[in-house]
Ligand binder design. Sequence first.
Ligand SMILES: [Zn+2]
Length: 129
Amino acid sequence: MSVEGVKRFIEILARDFKVPPPNLEVLKPEVMMWRVGYADAPAFYHAERETMIIREDSVELGNLLHEFVHHLQYIRSGRDADKAFPVEEVASKPHCQRSFEIEAKIIASDYEDFYRELWEVMVRGRRGS
Ligand SMILES: [Zn+2]
């Protein structure tokens, strides 16, 4: 897996969706634990820093698209984290039932097939068919 490839892939995504590209950090699980507070999170979007944080063993297209949707949600909200990710929802609903998580899941899976070949070529270094 090439982190540079992931960054170039994100730039293309951002161009396609007409938003500034988010930053990317790929972290080792121990560092993820220290930074995010729980090691079992495969990925995380830090809104204020506009950064997708992905555990190095979880750099997968589905995870990347999911976090990218959180970036879209944040930009779409006018960069207002409370609007994009309402505290009431975070406090009252389990992770998978929050509206922004449901939307991220749906959009990420809608686009997975579309971006698969580009991902394979840019990140895995495989030739397209
Ligand atoms: Zn999410």
